[in-house]
Design a binder for this molecule. Structure first.
Ligand code: FAD
Length: 463
């Protein structure tokens, strides 16, 4: 049995843990990171990156197929394209492998020791790890917990066989002919739309009366319409109840019992933090509403034990985890930092894409803030039209008194790339006049951001 000591021990090499470890290494902190699976975590191995690769391939295939049909661009493709799905998945794996190698190399460059195996805590500052070379006991002065999350399983639809989670949905080597998705949140919608574009028949079963119920109705309406155009069936207000002989039983919104056949049943009903199986019970760490309780410095209730990323609550997003990781490493190095963002933008990489950054009008009103709202339709944006899409809008919510922007929401093709500008505006406390007064490049979709600000001020130019 080997023993190791270090100043900082990071558990989990997802976007939270690996960023924390790299920053700590850069700051000269003697750091060990322990990862049970592969460096990169959920995001890089079975989440953000592989899903976006699949979405890209699906978009390409759908576009080329459209040109082989009746192309309005004058492009003539005489034969319908063929899809080698196993090759698509292999290409996606190539990207994942490359990024996984990149993370390992960055950790090495920052002089972080990487230990591969599942950590099990014996007490607050020391854990055992079963590695391929035997048992290692690691003791540290500081600990960062970054064990991430996993898909929620429904007791009546346990994962296994043809009942799959997002993890398996990103690893299929054969395209399912019929895919049924339980849960129309962002993960289910992203994957369901991609599979539809690749040629599968896709049906959603959603218990809520709307898709993406965390977002406001105006924002999700273009996506709801798009699902219809893509030929995706959506059962809202429907409750799945069981799976037998490759048929899903559900009750529709009128209370009628139905059964639907599928080759694969994808269950995407949320994610839960990884809090068990690694000795959390051996630590004096408080839990609050199902997550590790942290303060604005990401400190847990136990001295020198920090927690970051999905195990600490919503929004369970990679960029939140990474931001927390960087801050905690700097705090441990003695810098004065705290995690207190104005907004954490969330993007749904659906078709069309959706961005929510900051407060919606309803949220601001609920807080008693008097607001003004400006909205600019992408139909009036030249660049959006030249890219073949005009559906969607950018909407800004600002304080009525001083015009400080409170929230920015957008829906439309390719809008995800605007999320950085939105987050920057909110973080810097921009007013409508700041955005309207920034010269945005023509022709770009970003011009619509300035136009939405002008609309809120009452004098948009292009509408
Ligand atoms: P994780 O990435 O989950 O990493 C935790 C790591 O800890 C894992 O590698 C795990 O193996 C390891 N671990 C756990 N326990 C132990 C232990 N005891 N010992 C050793 N290692 C351990 N987010 C976005 O921001 N944008 C997106 O587009 C996006 N798309 C997504 C698509 C899908 C299909 C999914 C599933 C998720 C997506 N997410 C997206 C969410 C994102 O992946 C997570 O928010 C993010 O990965 C959280 O980072 P983390 O570091 O907290 O945890």
């Amino acid at each position: 049995m080997a023993t190791m000591t270090c100043k900082l021990l990071v558990i989990g090499a997802g976007p939270g843990g690996y960023v924390a470890a790299i920053r700590a290494g850069q700051l000269g902190i003697d750091t060990i990171i322990v990862e049970g699976s592969r460096a990169g975590g959920t995001c890089l191995i079975r989440g953000c990156i592989p899903s976006k690769a699949l979405i890209h391939a699906a978009d390409q295939y759908a576009q080329i197929s459209a040109h082989a049909g009746k192309s309005h661009l004058g492009i003539k493709i005489t034969e319908k394209p063929a899809l080698d799905f196993a090759e698509t998945i292999a290409w996606k794996e190539g990207i994942v492998d490359r990024l996984n190698g990149g993370v390992e190399a960055l950790l090495k460059k920052a002089k972080v020791k990487q230990i591969y195996g599942w950590a099990k805590f014996k007490n607050g500052k020391s854990c055992d790890v079963e590695t391929k070379d035997g048992l290692v006991t690691i003791t540290a002065e500081y600990v960062i917990l970054a064990t991430g999350s996993q898909p929620v399983e429904l007791p009546f639809l346990p994962f296994g066989g043809d009942v799959i989670s997002s993890t398996e949905a990103l690893e299929l080597t054969k395209l399912p002919k019929r895919l049924v998705v339980v849960g129309a949140g962002y993960i289910g919608l992203e994957l369901g739309i991609a599979y539809r574009k690749l040629g599968a028949e896709v049906t959603f079963i959603e218990a809520d009366t709307r898709i993406l119920s965390a977002y406001d109705k105006e924002l999700t309406a273009p996506l709801q319409q798009s699902l219809g155009k893509l030929g995706i069936t959506v059962h809202l207000g429907a409750k799945a109840s069981g799976w037998q002989d490759n048929k899903l039983s559900f009750t529709d919104n009128k209370g009628a019992a139905q059964r639907i056949a599928a080759d694969k049943l994808l269950v995407t009903v949320g994610r839960k933090p990884n809090l068990s199986g690694w000795g959390l019970d051996k630590m004096a760490v408080d839990i609050e509403q199902g997550f590790i309780k942290i303060d604005q410095y990401c400190r847990s209730s136990m001295k020198n034990v920090y927690a970051i990323g999905d195990i600490t609550g919503e929004p369970m997003l990679a960029h939140r985890a990474s931001a927390q990781g960087e801050i905690v490493a700097e705090i441990i190095a003695g810098k004065k930092r705290e995690f207190n963002p104005v907004a954490i933008a969330a993007v749904c990489f659906t078709d069309p894409e959706i961005i929510a950054a900051g407060k919606s009008a309803a949220e601001a009103k609920a807080e008693g803030i008097e607001i003004i709202v400006g909205k600019f339709p992408l139909m009036a944006n030249g660049r959006a039209l030249t890219m073949g899409g005009g559906d969607g809008f950018i909407r800004i919510t600002a304080r009525a008194d001083n015009h400080v922007i409170l929230g920015i929401h957008a829906v439309g093709p390719h809008v995800s790339e605007l999320s950085g500008e939105f987050a920057l505006a909110l973080e810097m406390g921009a007013r409508l006049e700041d955005i309207a007064g920034t010269i945005h490049v023509h022709p770009t979709v970003t011009e619509s951001f300035a136009e939405a600000s002008l609309a809120a001020l009452g004098h948009a130019i292009h509408i």
